[in-house]
Ligand binder design. Structure first.
Ligand code: UDX
Length: 435
């Protein structure tokens, strides 16, 4: 199949590269000329395990190319995926101006039948608007269909998620478009679920909100565990063993972040209210998520007493491990609050430092080059993101380098008993603090 992907961000680039890898011809379109030039030279703008290799392999095989021209993409493809950003607005609703702009651009150059696919996460009924816009702006009466095909990939394992999806959702009201979409996904071994356009759009928001709810659920339980002396890890194992519940996404911590969950929960609330069916449960999900960080910071303050001029090491800045993405990272919020209290922060992250500098975040924090450098002479260590590197670190050396070996484990990465045996004072989430 000949495919165009408009937008070369996380979703667009990974989708383009993976569709080329299953032997489709893919043109990635982006209006950022610098980004396109760099991609043409083989420079990948994001860190995503395996992506660089897939891009290089398919560029060499002439199945993947990059351009700034929407006209070129539309002229040479049967299917056009829209994968542009849908950023949040202050009231939580989604800014759809990029989607609308792309719809107009496609309309201007549409000459024969095309399938236009919404890949970006959008509120329900956006497909209807995209179709309406294209119809309004096409120069002549060209046939086209708008399809919703939400993407469920996670950052950090985007390539493998895209190549091995749990399911492929295709929302289409047209058999002609559906037949073409099925061809796109023929090489993938995954159940294809066909729905109408609105249901497909809703599936994405409902899935992400449910996962966020699961996290807030276990985080709320972690507060009860702390108040009662129970251990949230054992509780999560116990409830997660029930197949109807499942253990994944029941890891208590300092809350969820990233570019999807906070935004999608807020957007789902906004569209539900707009539709007159307010999803109030999700407001509580948001509240628990915020409270979780507040409670953690309170624990640090209660223990260290005065934060001003305290030397605090922070491990992890990205919103989760195996990514360089620091957008909406709870770890960044944490560092910002510690700095506001006057603490002297030395932070280390295996991959996120460059993006922190680029986005000018954590102003005033010292960005260390290694986990060991961060803990040198520190009066406390705060673990904010559970990178594998921290699990493998020599904890005896860490203890010896610290001024006072206190550890606040915001992701329950370490075993409290082992930490106590090693001589640390250990504080976790929803489990007994061990001195
Ligand atoms: C998420 C969805 O998983 C994915 O399907 C969708 O396409 C995009 O949004 P992503 O944001 O990449 O993916 O990361 P994910 O692994 O889901 O983690 C999101 C946040 O939740 C992170 O901050 C993570 O630390 C937190 N989290 C996750 C928890 O606090 N506890 C858990 O048990 C799982």
């Amino acid at each position: 199949m000949d495919i165009a992907i408009i937008g070369s961000g996380y979703v667009g680039l990974v989708t383009g590269a993976c569709l080329a890898d299953v032997r489709h011809n893919v043109i990635c379109v982006d209006n950022d000329q610098r980004k396109v030039e760099r991609l043409q030279k083989g420079v990948i703008p994001i860190y995503e395990p395996g992506l660089e290799e897939v891009v290089h392999r398919n560029v060499s095989a002439n199945r993947l190319r990059f351009t700034t021209s929407t006209a070129e993409g539309v002229a040479n493809s049967q299917i056009i995926f829209i994968a542009v950003p849908t950023p949040p607005q202050p009231d939580g609703s989604v800014d759809l101006t990029y989607i609308e702009k792309v719809a107009r651009e496609i309309a201007e150059v549409l000459k024969e039948y095309r399938v236009i696919v919404d890949k970006s996460t959008v509120p329900v009924k956006t497909g209807e608007k995209v179709a309406e816009t294209i119809r309004r702006y096409t120069k002549s009466a060209v046939e086209f269909d708008v399809v919703s095909n939400p993407e469920f990939l996670r950052e950090g394992c985007a390539v493998s998620d895209l190549m091995n999806p749990d399911r492929i959702v295709i929302g289409s009201n047209s058999d002609r478009a559906l037949a073409l979409m099925k061809k796109v996904y023929e090489p993938f071994i995954a159940p294809i679920m066909v729905t109408d356009v609105n249901s497909a759009e809703l599936i994405k928001h409902a899935a992400n909100s449910f996962l966020a709810l699961k996290i807030s659920y276990i985080n709320a339980i972690s507060a009860i565990c702390e108040a009662s002396g129970a251990d949230v890890e054992r509780v999560a194992d116990g409830i997660g063993a029930d197949k109807r519940i499942g253990r994944s996404f029941l890891n208590a911590g300092i809350g969820y972040g990233g570019s999807c969950f906070p935004k999608d929960v807020a957007a789902f609330i906004a569209i539900s209210e707009q539709l007159g069916a307010p999803f109030t449960l999700l407001r509580e999900v948001q509240r628990v998520n915020q409270t979780q960080l507040d409670r953690f910071i309170k624990k640090i303050k209660d223990t260290l007493w005065v934060l001003k001029d305290k030397r605090i090491a922070v491990w992890g800045l990205t919103f989760k491990p195996d990514t360089d993405d620091v957008r909406n990272s709870v770890a960044i919020d944490l560092v910002t609050q510690l700095l506001k209290e006057g603490a002297i922060v030395r932070a280390y992250d295996p991959k996120g430092v460059e993006k922190v500098e680029e986005l000018k975040l954590c102003h005033g924090a010292h960005l260390a080059k290694s986990a060991m450098e961060a803990v040198e002479n520190a009066e406390a260590l705060v673990l904010a993101t559970e990178w594998g590197e921290f699990e493998r670190v020599d904890l005896v050396q860490v203890r010896d380098r610290m001024h006072t070996p206190l550890i606040f484990d915001g992701r329950n990465l370490f075993d409290p008993k082992t930490m106590k045996e090693l001589g640390f004072t250990y504080f976790g989430i929803g489990r007994a603090d061990l001195h």
